[in-house]
Design a protein around this ligand. Structure first.
Ligand SMILES: Cc1cc2nc3c(=O)[nH]c(=O)nc-3n(C[C@H](O)[C@H](O)[C@H](O)COP(=O)(O)OP(=O)(O)OC[C@H]3O[C@@H](n4cnc5c(N)ncnc54)[C@H](O)[C@@H]3O)c2cc1C
Length: 420
């Protein structure tokens, strides 16, 4: 750990879990990480390798100053240790899915500990939630399925004193949302309950549990992190840029409403014909078969200085550094009951990537093909070239990463693709 002209930094062993790093930084220097996601269970190498992020800041990958890697020398058969700390090689190493080599340690930008003020608030329109972003830059918000309104978890850094009732607020959040809401969802999504129960719960019960405008100030590591790991679930996360968020949200509402019931009419405000649901046969088969049952979390992620993290710059020449918004679809079903979600996932991914240039989270259900990636990651080819130079014999690739990062799968190159 140390401080130089660029601020505080810490070198961390790759297998260190974020929760231990946050604890150690606080205990030894009163420092913390610049951004935190829902949980802190991940290892630092796993988190940066998949572009893990929280809300209102860049992903953790962006804050990586250097990476110490062990690569394989095919001539000698020996491991070679390399430090990557500048240029496009660093941008590649910041998020690489392990395909450059084994990460041994990571040097990260860190910062002084800080306090966050948080409160919940209901909104009926997306534009109203987004309008509060300048006041609450760290906010995340939830699209409430079947009510199709928003609950914002408004957050901002503050110099105010920590709240005396912070412990009660965190207990409320833990019991009501991290535990009881999940138990309720698990109950009402059992086969004996009709999907109308899910719709009623989201229209009437779950939003009523939100205590609005109870502002609480506490340390960032308490406020930003939730106990999202308590209940087994699967997730897909779609990233769209700010200019496409309204259309993407309308489209999602339309898609979920249609899949939830064949008899319910779409309530979205879709006007434009190109945003109509794709009538692909696979999609039509899902009508009335998938009733979404979890609040849809939407988080802003600032544009990263990386080659392939989900929130890296797009090839939109007018605004390449536009912020990204991640839209998370969570599913608590188990086994065979997951089938409709798993069928929906690639269809939605395809629809979002073609209509909104969306990307999916590298560390969650992925659903994109190698050829799709080239159209949404303008620096993919540069990444592939660097990956090849670090690991020409593909020792650190598997079938999936080969599909994503093999040269001939990604033609035509992104630079030659027409702008969407
Ligand atoms: C409950 C839960 C909540 C989550 N919340 C969020 C969230 O809020 N925000 C978000 O963005 N994501 C979130 N995620 C996704 C999660 O951050 C990623 O899946 C992350 O990669 C998991 O970290 P891990 O340590 O388990 O990595 P692993 O799953 O073990 O590995 C992930 C990738 O990193 C590579 N890797 C790991 N270690 C090394 C190494 N030493 N050298 C080279 N490559 C390596 C692996 O090859 C793999 O490609 C969540 C996941 C769960 C399960």
């Amino acid at each position: 750990m140390g401080t130089n002209q660029d601020g505080h930094y810490a070198e961390v062993g790759s297998g260190c879990q974020i929760k231990h790093l946050v604890h150690e930084l606080r205990e030894s220097r009163q420092w913390t990480l610049p951004s935190l996601g829902f949980i802190t269970e991940q290892t630092i190498a796993g988190a940066i390798s998949t572009g893990t992020h929280g809300s209102g800041k860049h992903s953790l990958s962006h804050y990586v100053r250097s990476v110490r890697l062990a690569t394989y020398d095919a001539d000698t058969g020996q491991a070679v240790t390399t430090v990557v700390d500048a240029g496009d090689e660093l941008r590649a190493a910041r998020c690489s899915l392990g395909t450059l080599g084994v990460i041994l340690s990571v040097t990260l930008e860190v910062r002084d500990t800080y306090l966050v003020e948080e409160q919940f608030r209901h909104y009926s329109k997306l534009e109203d939630v987004l309008a509060t972003e300048s006041t609450f830059p760290l906010q995340q918000f939830y699209l409430v399925p079947w009510k199709w309104t928003f609950v914002a978890q408004q957050r901002r850094e503050t110099n105010r004193k920590p709240s005396r009732l912070a412990w009660l607020y965190h207990l409320y959040r833990l019991i009501v949302f991290d535990v009881l809401m999940h138990l309720l969802i698990l109950l009402i999504t059992r086969p004996l309950f009709p999907s109308a129960c899910t719709r009623c719960a989201f229209k009437w019960v779950i939003p009523a549990c939100v205590i609005p405008q109870w502002p609480i100030v506490a340390d960032s590591s308490k406020q930003l992190v939730m106990q999202h790991e308590l209940f087994h679930h699967i997730e897909m996360e779609l990233f769209v840029q700010r200019s496409k968020l309204q259309d993407a949200t309308d489209y999602l509402i339309n898609a979920l409403t249609t899949m939830g019931s064949p008899h319910v009419k779409s309530k979205s405000n879709l006007q434009r014909p190109e945003l109509k649901l794709n009538p692909a046969p696979a999609f039509a088969q899902l009508q009335g078969q998938y009733c979404h049952h979890y609040p849809i979390c939407i988080r802003k992620v600032e544009c990263d200085d990386t080659l392939i993290s989900m929130s890296c710059a797009s090839d939109d020449a007018s605004n390449p550094k536009e912020s990204w918004y991640s839209i998370t679809l969570t599913n608590l079903h188990r086994g065979i009951h997951r089938e409709s979600f798993m069928k929906m996932m690639p269809i939605l991914t395809h629809e979002f990537s073609t209509k909104f240039n969306a990307r999916t989270h590298w560390g969650k259900l992925f659903g994109m093909s190698g050829s799709q990636l080239a159209s949404v990651y303008p620096k993919l080819q540069k990444f592939i070239t660097i990956r090849q130079s670090f690991d020409p014999t593909e020792r650190f690739s598997n079938g999936w990463t080969k599909d994503c990062f093999t040269d001939d799968k990604n033609l035509p190159r992104s630079t030659t693709l027409p702008k969407k």
